[in-house]
Design a protein around this ligand. Structure first.
Ligand SMILES: Cc1cc2nc3c(=O)[nH]c(=O)nc-3n(C[C@H](O)[C@H](O)[C@H](O)COP(=O)(O)OP(=O)(O)OC[C@H]3O[C@@H](n4cnc5c(N)ncnc54)[C@H](O)[C@@H]3O)c2cc1C
Length: 304
């Protein structure tokens, strides 16, 4: 309920005006590593020093015109170049609506292909984030197309809140690929998504189990320590090879837990977003936890 309200309010023009004006100084900077690639690089280097890999995300979604989509694609080529030059232990995550998907499928297809081809040239990897459900099928289609050309250099996100995901996972896993499993961060209707958290959580654990059994490289992307405990139990009792999975978390959330996992020898990665277009990302982070909204509201009051 809280989540639905915050995600709904996020679309309100008055609310977005205030948050865009003050958000970076009122909490957004906790989740966003600055507004440029040069501000994200030291964050990445620091995490690497702690034994944690990174996935860099240039924030942006639903670009409005073709030049913006081309510029977004170019920004990813620059990130891949920078990762190689600076020797960062990092790959990239991107959203297809930033590559122009809402404007034209062909535009998104060609931009995605260019980024993945460049990543393959650097022997690196591109993760396609999953957005809201109107884009699920086309995102899967474009992933499959580009995977055919560059297997090993591209992976997809699957969301446990969607009823369809177990079927998608089974079909996509022939042959095995690389999936990040998340709960799902968007506002979805009961027609497509489990409305209750226990169902989303149970489906999450089930998807991780199935993904591993089907032979996929599986990124376990959650801050939910109960789920992490359940997954660890499964990994140990089934002697899953350490190369077959990694734990992932978002920048600004539960880094200590991830560091502990890294110290225990598990592969770990932090999703590090940066860029000026941070608003929608920040609203989703607030919606995940009531305390984040209280923190924002208190900071706003203190400022006045
Ligand atoms: C690496 C990574 C990549 C992701 N990529 C996508 C994607 O492509 N598409 C998509 O739809 N979603 C994505 N997500 C977001 C995901 O869907 C969830 O919305 C988010 O991870 C919160 O769910 P949770 O699994 O942490 O569980 P929850 O049950 O939401 O949270 C468990 C606990 O973690 C802590 N926590 C969780 N979120 C926050 C927060 N924002 N601030 C502070 N504490 C918090 C709280 O203590 C909470 O009780 C991604 C998440 C991660 C970690």
């Amino acid at each position: 309920m809280f989540r639905e309200v915050v995600l709904g309010l996020g679309n309100n023009a008055a609310v977005s005006g205030v948050v865009k004006r003050y958000g970076m100084s009122l909490g957004a900077s906790r989740f966003v590593a600055g507004d440029s690639l040069s501000s994200a690089v030291p964050v990445c280097q620091d995490l690497n020093r702690r034994g944690i890999a990174v996935t860099l995300d240039h924030l942006g979604e639903s670009v409005r015109d073709e030049p913006a989509a081309i510029a977004a694609k170019d920004s990813y080529l620059e990130i891949l170049q920078t990762i190689a030059e600076k020797g960062l232990k990092a790959n990239v995550s991107l959203k297809l609506t930033m590559m122009g998907l809402a404007l034209s499928v062909d535009l998104a297809r060609s931009n995605l292909a260019a980024v993945v081809e460049t990543a393959a040239g650097f022997n690196n990897f591109v993760r396609i984030d999953m957005e809201d459900s109107p884009y699920t099928s086309i995102t899967i289609d474009l992933f499959e197309e580009v995977w055919e050309k560059f297997p090993g250099h591209v992976g997809l996100v699957l969301q446990s809140y969607l009823y369809r995901t177990q079927d998608d996972l089974k079909r996509l896993s022939e042959p095995p690929k690389n999936f990040r499993i998340v709960k799902g961060a968007y506002r979805e209707s009961v027609a497509v998504a489990f409305p209750s958290k226990p169902d989303v959580d149970d489906n999450y654990v089930e998807l991780v189990r199935q993904s591993l059994e089907l032979g996929n490289m599986t990124a376990i992307a959650t801050h939910d320590e109960v789920i992490i405990g359940r997954v660890l139990k499964y990994l140990k009792s089934h002697q899953v090879l350490p190369e077959q999975f990694e734990f992932q978390m978002l920048y600004g959330v539960k880094l200590g837990v991830l560091e502990e996992l890294a110290k225990e020898g598990y592969r770990t990665r932090v999703y590090v977003p940066y860029g000026q277009d941070w608003y929608a990302y920040y609203v989703r982070r607030i919606a995940e936890r009531p305390a984040n909204l209280l923190f924002f509201a208190r900071a706003l009051i203190d400022r006045r």
